[in-house]
Ligand binder design. Structure first.
Ligand code: ZN
Length: 698
């Protein structure tokens, strides 16, 4: 994603708490977005954001974005802010206004609108939520209280798992349930949906938060344990401190069994087919029959286990850790998971930890924004139908389709011209481009939510039912034929994604807007903006992960040994280049963790420039402009990353996210010869790389 997710450009990882400070902030945000849009309509870049006193070759980030960076404060309800975030904010505000209109209407025009309105109204009913207290959670809490043996524990653990992880598309490795289910085509069987199990069970974002020995992490751990205590006390449990200490100790043991984020990125380490019998033999402790029956997976004979060490470790903990500790663990995680639709004391405690301690965000976003965020997460395709009906012009789709075709042609030519690759390998690489599905705007078929019961007076029940509905939808796909046009993102997301198994790309409607794309802006800026994003997503088919899948999405080695050795050497050089970047004195970028995204940035930018040159037959300088076309292209690229993060959020990103911080993604330009020519970058300047040190992978 662009973000994070895959391939996502921006960051699909949803931070747990964002906020908004009301009407004034809303108008400020709209003003910023409008300003950017107005600038985009002329050149496609925003000159007022630049700092032209800086030499591009010394600090291209500052040259392109310096004035904006100096004058902009991150809004109090955000952990990061910039081009993508501003556009997302504007999109969200439009959607909220649209949904508020629907919500007032007793008979919205379509079933989708009715369901979105009901979900929104329930979420906004703060008085109703306060009045009910923990009543809506009683069935779940009573089920936990009724656990008297390890078989019953396995039943509750199995019944809790959801389809809430996504290892390769949205790269969402986090679930606080013990495991997460991901349903996609098989590594060896591209025609059928198969079950993958991923590790889970942590409240903190990653094992590194439990195991890294330094003062900062120690401080976070202390505050996390205090947060667990608070939640248990609010729920009326006796001895909350002692219980919290035991819950934390259990999570720490779970963390020790977890794979690192870096290992989770390696599909070869994830390709572990387990038969149903393998669970009993390899991972004793859990009553797997009870677990799978409760999970609705009793009929499955084969699974792919992404992190087998965690399955073995967590199953062992089911046997070795006292039942009472597991029950407390389940109570805490149930309360934590639903905190957003519980009374305010739970919500505020949750934000104070996940929003402020973990992401540095001072203020919670306004309730309408949280209602939308929740709806996007669980009934996203219903919201998407409402959104595109009003906000996605057909003309945008046609123009972006042309750009995609040009980018695919450019990428194909880059492969053809590679001097190090054997013809047989080239043929297989080019075949991947031919079978690629590209979705633009919104899916051909919306996900079907008929049968999901949404009650305008039951926020928690709606969330619970929607999550369970999605889980059942995923179970129903198992064994069925794969739909190659299925989307994994929603139309109202400012992001894009590559699905390596499916060999498919999605470009949601919401990213096809300024400053990324504007039908009235210069071609140079459009290719430097959305063009580089399109190139990024195409390139994921050929990054260190994507290149392991063939044209049908089968995990298969289609490389000659020499080709692979060359590819690995180039990749290693790029990983080394990024590992030299130190956003903080004590924390460098992990160039290995971020390799897929960095390869995609590099190859995507190169392909976008080629496509732009081919499409426009390269006029050096558009009439009346002070910038050459290539300068506009590169500035537009750097400005598409314009933004800033709070320190806590950036540290978290470096540790747990496959994407480098935006500043360093903009520095991809250092590897392109055309950037040196465009800005007359000389060896004495700080960003200069000797030609041999510039990495080219594709
Ligand atoms: Zn990506």
């Amino acid at each position: 994603m662009l973000s994070q997710v895959c391939c996502s450009i921006l960051c699909p990882k949803v931070s747990r708490a964002k906020l908004f400070s009301g009407i004034i902030a809303v108008f400020c945000t709209l003003a910023v977005a409008t300003e950017i849009a107005a600038a985009a309509a002329k050149l496609g870049i925003d000159e007022s954001s630049m700092n032209k006193t800086v030499t591009p070759g010394n600090d291209f980030w500052e040259f392109s974005n310096g004035t904006w960076l100096a004058k902009t404060e991150i809004p109090a309800d955000k952990s990061r802010w910039g081009a993508g975030g501003i556009l997302a904010e504007e999109t969200n505000l439009r959607l909220i206004a649209l949904i508020q209109e629907l919500a007032k209407n007793r008979a919205p025009a379509t079933p989708a609108a009715r369901m979105v309105a009901d979900y929104y109204n329930a979420f906004m009913d703060e008085a109703g939520i306060e009045g009910k207290g923990l009543l809506p959670l009683q069935p779940a809490l009573q089920q936990i209280a009724a656990i008297t043996d390890k078989e019953a524990l396995a039943r509750v653990l199995g019944g809790s798992i959801r389809a809430d992880v996504d290892a390769l598309n949205n790269t969402d490795f986090y679930t606080e349930n013990v495991f997460g289910l991901w349903v996609v085509q098989g590594f060896g069987d591209p025609k059928h949906y198969t079950p993958y199990l991923l590790q889970g069970g942590l409240g903190l974002p990653d094992r590194a938060y439990y195991l890294t020995k330094d003062d900062r992490m120690e401080g976070i751990r202390t505050k996390y344990q205090a947060y667990i205590t608070t939640i248990l006390r609010l729920a009326g449990l006796t001895e909350p401190e002692a219980r919290a200490a035991r819950i934390f100790a259990l999570e720490r043991q779970i963390a020790e069994s977890h794979a690192t984020r870096e290992d989770s990125e390696d599909v070869l380490k994830a390709n572990n087919p387990w038969s149903r019998a393998d669970f009993d033999q390899k991972a004793p402790g859990m009553d797997w029959s009870a677990f799978f029956k409760a999970a609705g997976l009793e009929g499955q004979t084969m699974f792919t286990i992404w992190q087998p060490g965690a399955v073995v470790g967590e199953s062992g903990l089911v046997a070795s850790v006292p039942l009472a500790d597991w029950k407390d663990f389940l109570v805490f995680h149930t309360l934590n998971h639903f905190a957003g639709v519980l009374p305010k004391v739970f919500l505020d405690a949750n934000f104070a930890f996940f929003g402020t301690v973990l992401a540095g965000t001072p203020q919670q976003q306004a309730r309408p924004k949280r209602a939308l965020e929740s709806a996007n997460a669980v009934i996203g395709d219903l919201v998407g139908q409402v959104y595109v009906a009003k906000y996605f012009p057909a003309a945008s789709k046609a123009k972006v389709q042309t750009m995609v075709a040009n980018l695919l042609k450019a990428f194909d030519q880059r492969i053809t011209k590679l001097d190090w690759m054997a013809p047989s390998t080239k043929e297989q690489a080019r075949a991947k481009l031919k079978t690629l599905y590209v979705g633009i705007g919104y899916p051909d078929h919306w996900k079907d939510f008929s049968g999901l019961v949404l009650d305008p007076a039951d926020a928690l029940g709606n969330l619970r039912r929607a999550e369970e509905f999605t889980y059942r939808q995923n179970l129903a796909k198992l064994g069925q034929a794969v739909d190659p046009s299925e989307w994994c993102m929603v139309a109202q997301t400012v992001n894009a994604v590559n699905m390596p198994l499916q060999n498919a790309l999605d470009f949601p409607a919401a990213i096809l807007q300024p400053p990324f794309f504007d039908p009235n802006a210069s071609d140079a800026a459009n290719y430097g903006g959305i063009g580089a994003t399109i190139g990024h997503e195409i390139s994921h088919s050929f990054d260190d992960q994507g290149c392991q899948f063939d044209a049908q999405g089968r995990l298969r080695d289609w490389w000659t040994p020499d080709d692979l050795a060359h590819f690995k050497a180039s990749s290693a050089a790029l990983a080394a280049q990024y590992s030299t970047y130190r956003p903080f004195p004590d924390l460098a970028i992990n160039g290995v963790l971020n390799l897929s995204e960095n390869i995609a940035d590099l190859a995507g930018l190169g392909a976008a420039l080629d496509a732009y040159h081919a499409a426009t037959a390269g006029t050096a300088k558009p009439p009346g402009q002070i910038y050459t076309s290539d300068q506009l292209f590169f500035i537009a690229y750097a400005q598409s990353w314009c933004g800033k993060s709070r320190e806590e959020a950036e540290r978290r990103q470096i540790l747990t996210d496959g994407h480098s911080p935006a500043h360093y993604r903009a520095l991809t330009v250092r590897n392109l010869d055309d950037w040196y020519a465009a800005f007359a970058v000389s060896p004495a300047q700080k960003l200069y790389l000797a030609p041999a040190a510039r990495v080219r992978v594709w």
